[in-house]
Write a protein that binds this ligand. Structure first.
Ligand code: SAH
Length: 336
């Protein structure tokens, strides 16, 4: 018995066709779930009772639960309890362009980035598609408003749970699903090269962000173990290929760590690395955690100015976090 929120519209169409029904019933089911927010299959009144009964045998709709909320100015953080007792978190942010949610894609993470709280606990399992879809539905229902954009930048490495994440994107992007425009969806990866290549071939206009965080392999090896598998040259080649195929601009994420990757020379080296590519750099002020090894850089503005003066587009990510447990995985860390 699978959760009904695991199915994209094509899966549902196939289900109905296989059961001798018309495929437009898939659209009707999507409308019940995503438009009318009706979560009891018994109440899908435009489907015959016999069909509802069949669906009740094949599908369940069980929700993850909001376990805790923390609010700050323009930000709300949610801790979710999954049906097996695991925890993940999501963050709702109010931007001037609308409401955005950052969701988790895995329970824990195996990438082991040294500065990141999420990786403190190894990956327990992938999230199923429904567990990602429900993070958004529960937040929309909690605030009574629609979400305009989604970033997959919470706990987990989305490309380490590729199939479920892509299925999730198809559901939230569908006009009869949560109808979140593909250009308003961003997936962030630490650089799993084969998956970046696979993603290049998808007919979806979703944004890609790469967590680069260093201008050379010496620094990146120290803070991101994945660099020993796919180094900077390999990952940037994959990004070049992605841009060539999709003609889409890529976001380069760069978390500013004091004394680690934040000098003027680092900025110059980064600019050289990225020169001529269709990318822009998003500088992330580090959210300090219990890990005293890393501190927030005080050099962010100078770093940005250096990049800009060398012709590299750069922005500084708005900080929402202070006052709440903003760093990804912090809320969960307190719980487990
Ligand atoms: N695994 C994916 C997505 C999750 S992390 C990835 O690596 O891209 C989302 C972003 O937040 C990544 O760029 C990550 O390196 C960064 N990050 C992790 N811990 C952080 C912290 N304490 N403060 C600021 N950014 C952090």
């Amino acid at each position: 018995m699978t959760n009904l929120f695991n199915l994209n519209i094509l899966d549902l169409e196939n289900y109905f066709l296989k059961n001798g029904e018309k495929k437009f019933k898939a659209t009707q089911v999507f409308e019940w779930l995503y438009l009318h927010k009706e979560y009891d299959i018994n109440n899908f009144s435009n489907l015959k009772i016999a069909l509802r009964e069949k669906m009740l045998q094949d599908f369940k709709i069980n929700f993850i639960k909001i376990k805790k909320k923390e609010s700050g100015s323009l930000v709300k953080k949610y801790l979710f309890e999954l049906n097996d007792g695991n925890y993940v978190e999501a963050v709702l942010m109010e931007h001037d362009y609308g409401l955005s949610v950052c969701i988790s894609s895995e329970v824990g993470c195996n990438m082991g980035c040294k500065f990141c709280e999420s990786g403190r606990l190894k990956k327990v399992r992938n999230l199923e598609t429904y567990e990602m879809v429900e993070q958004i539905i529960l937040i929309e229902n909690d605030i009574g408003q629609k979400i305009q954009s989604v970033v997959v930048m919470g706990i987990g490495e989305p490309f380490d749970n590729y199939d479920n994440v892509i299925n999730f994107v198809k559901i939230i992007n569908h006009p009869k699903g949560l109808a979140i425009g593909a250009r308003h969806i961003t997936i962030s990866t630490c650089g799993l090269v084969p998956k970046i290549e696979e993603f290049s071939n998808l007919p979806l206009q979703v944004n890609l962000a790469l967590s680069l965080h260093a201008p050379n392999d010496v620094i990146r090896n120290k803070i991101m173990p994945i660099n020993k598998v796919y180094n900077i040259s390999q990952v940037l080649t994959a990004i070049d290929n992605y841009i060539a195929k999709t003609n889409r601009r890529v976001t380069i994420e760069y978390v500013m760590l004091k004394g680690v990757n934040d000098t003027k020379d680092n900025a110059i080296e980064l600019a050289k690395l990225l020169k001529g590519k269709n990318v822009y750099v998003n500088l992330i002020p580090y959210n300090e955690t219990n890990n005293i090894e890393f501190q927030k850089s005080t050099n962010i503005k100078e770093f940005k100015d250096t990049l800009m003066s060398l012709g590299i587009n750069a922005t500084v990510r708005k900080e929402f976090g202070s006052g709440i447990s903003a760093a990804c995985g912090q809320l969960r860390s307190k719980e487990v």
